[in-house]
Design a protein around this ligand. Structure first.
Ligand SMILES: [Zn+2]
Length: 310
């Protein structure tokens, strides 16, 4: 759910109460997506929430009962070479980490940035991420950094590149967004491809119940350059979520992961699509608690072609 300086509003209160009343769910990611500091406010941005507003969340969703995490603003970028942009990114990351620590959040998810082309040099990003991690530790922020697998083919980065970089930096995690992985053409439509990823996670991170890897899922509409936008899991988005979660369950990997649903109804489809992140999270919860085992991807290639040609 999104938070802003206006947490006291009835709407926020209602959403928090809704999550609380949904007994199946115990992980919440707070989105600071449009929050910004260090620049004059421009349309669509909002200030970071205050300490007391953030902590008020814990009265409703106590940290002993919920896994809290935070999604950093979109404006953070580690791919830039411009010192001003990097400084701006770091100051916003600083405000994000502060908010995360108020929430006793375990990790901060952020997009590492994008490149003009789909082919990129990762060494620059590696240096920046290492520098941010050293700085995070020197400031004694507790929430870990978890750069996210990007959904667009030119966004940094794919699963393997990101895992390799993060595994070389002490205490860094990644956020494995399975829908992004799928959207950029990652092979998670086969059992082999999913097992390969779990193997890499085992080699790269020491995951356990107290150090969980954030995993995102949602419906996603895919075009020629990867992710177009998030939607609901339902029917025809092609995201192989049942196969992925089936393998994860079979491998007894669930207690190493923090599953976060990012489904949403796209703008202008409110009348035709019914549901939200909570209803989709419950679908996955029900699937994980069922005996259903999925061994093969059931999406039709023709259906994917439709999206990839779009
Ligand atoms: Zn995500």
């Amino acid at each position: 759910m999104a938070i802003s300086r206006f947490l006291g509003t009835d709407k926020s209160q209602k959403r928090l109460e809704k999550i609380k009343s949904t007994t199946q769910l115990n992980a919440v990611e707070f989105g600071l997506l449009n929050c910004v500091i260090g620049r004059a406010t421009f349309p669509g941005t909002t200030p970071f929430p205050t300490e007391s507003q953030t902590k008020a969340i814990l009265d409703i969703l106590p940290p002993m009962d919920y896994h809290h995490s935070v999604h950093a603003p979109y404006r953070i970028s580690a791919t830039s070479n411009d010192p001003k942009k990097l400084k701006f990114s770091k100051s916003n990351l600083s405000a994000t980490l502060k908010t995360a620590d108020y929430l006793q959040a375990k990790h901060v998810t952020f997009h590492a940035g994008s490149f003009k082309q789909a082919k990129y040099d990762s060494s620059h990003v590696q240096l920046i991420l290492k520098e941010w991690e050293d700085w995070r530790q020197s400031k004694e922020f507790k929430a870990k950094l978890a750069p996210e697998v990007g959904g667009k083919t030119n966004s940094f980065a794919d699963f393997f590149t990101l895992a390799e970089i993060a595994s070389g930096i002490d205490n860094m995690l990644i956020t494995w967004d399975i829908s992004h992985d799928f959207a950029r053409g990652g092979n998670i439509t086969s059992e082999d491809g999913i097992l390969k990823r779990l193997e890499i996670l085992d080699e790269s991170f020491e995951l356990h119940e107290q150090n969980r890897l954030p995993v995102h899922f949602s419906g996603i509409i895919v075009g020629r350059t990867g992710e177009k936008h998030h939607t609901l899991l339902d029917h025809d988005t092609g995201v192989p979520w049942k196969l992925v979660f089936s393998v994860i369950k079979e491998q007894r990997y669930l207690n190493k992961l923090n599953l976060i649903c990012e489904s949403k109804v796209p703008k202008r489809q409110e009348k035709t699509l019914k549901g939200n992140a909570i209803t989709d999270a419950i679908r996955v919860y029900d699937f994980l608690n069922s005996d259903e085992v999925i061994k093969a991807y059931k999406g039709k290639p023709s259906m994917l072609d439709y999206y990839f040609n779009d």
